[in-house]
Design a protein around this ligand. Structure first.
Ligand code: SF4
Length: 294
């Protein structure tokens, strides 16, 4: 078997991203695209590829203030964006909410809500990304989610019997309608995590390949480990999950669109009267304003 050269591999990834954008009609060259970047390999590869393919992109990052981890990520991001001549928008938990992720988690715990860091971080980051993509007038928000992320998420939704969430997944997720939602897109949807990592290493991107210190308690990690072990024995399991999901979606002919109203407090889109972010801060409203650890 002829070994694939580095250049062939890079071209193959570029082609796959081009095909994904076309197949799912993600965006066009007229669109202004925000790429949600974290300083990790996936979002950095996504940012690079969209720029390389000639799209109008800018980076947007949310700093959850996780000590040296986010400090280093931010440094890397600034370097990547400078090298690629891409504008970077930095939004910080500290400036937006007046506290770090660690502090929010500890306050919630003190109130009897033992949420994982990733759960809180995910809710707050999605909230800020949507809010700022809209404010900065982007047509869509691209994330670095890859095929592994999608397969894990689908499996999680199946095992939690969350049909609505499973239904909303995809290269262009979400069936909810609200003018306040910026369209989300996943250009790396059909690319495996190991391929993204190989690409990133070939490009020598200054990214953090380690895991976030706050992700230790992540429920999702169990799915990552399970699927990786399963894929080792049965290659293409992850791809089959994605194919299954696509078939399921295509067969749901009369998919009703979910109506979304606005949160009564912050006026951001929410399926409930009070959005998840305001729910968290409602709990925190009566908490002490000083963290003893950070
Ligand atoms: S791993 Fe979890 S806590 Fe860390 S940045 Fe990602 S979502 Fe936030």
């Amino acid at each position: 078997m002829v070994k694939e050269s580095s250049n062939q591999f890079k071209k193959y990834i570029e082609k796959k991203v081009r095909e994904t954008i076309r197949k799912y009609s993600l965006f066009t060259k007229k669109d202004k695209i925000a790429v949600a970047v974290s300083g990790g390999k996936d979002s950095t590869v996504c940012l690079y590829l969209l720029k390389k393919l000639g799209y109008d992109v800018e980076g947007i990052t949310i700093d959850a203030v996780i000590g040296n981890y986010t400090k280093k990520n931010l440094e890397n991001l600034k370097k990547v964006c400078k090298d690629l001549d891409i504008k970077l928008h930095v939004i910080s938990f500290r400036e937006e909410f007046g506290m770090s992720l660690c502090y929010i988690k500890s306050l919630l715990k003190g109130k009897g809500y033992d949420y994982s860091s990733c759960m809180i971080c995910g809710v707050l980051k999605r909230y800020l990304l949507n809010k700022y993509s809209r404010k900065l007038k982007f047509d869509c928000l691209a994330t670095g989610h890859n095929l592994d992320d999608e397969a894990q998420a689908f499996l999680m939704n199946v095992l939690r019997n969350d049909f609505k969430l499973a239904q909303r997944q995809g290269a262009m997720p979400g069936v909810a309608i609200s003018k306040k939602f910026t369209k989300r897109v996943k250009p790396l949807y059909l690319i495996k995590e190991e391929e993204v990592e190989r690409f990133s290493k070939l490009m020598k991107f200054p990214v953090n390949y380690g895991i976030c210190p706050c992700s230790i308690d992540a429920y999702r990690r169990q799915y990552i480990n399970f699927l990786n072990a399963f894929e080792k024995k049965h290659p293409s399991v992850k791809y089959n999950i994605i194919k299954f999901h696509e078939t399921m979606k295509n067969n749901l002919k009369k998919q009703k669109n979910l109506k979304v109203s606005n949160c009564k407090v912050c006026k951001e889109p929410s399926s409930k009267e009070l959005c998840k972010t305001c729910t968290i801060f409602k709990i925190l409203a009566t908490a002490k304003k000083e963290c003893k650890t950070c």
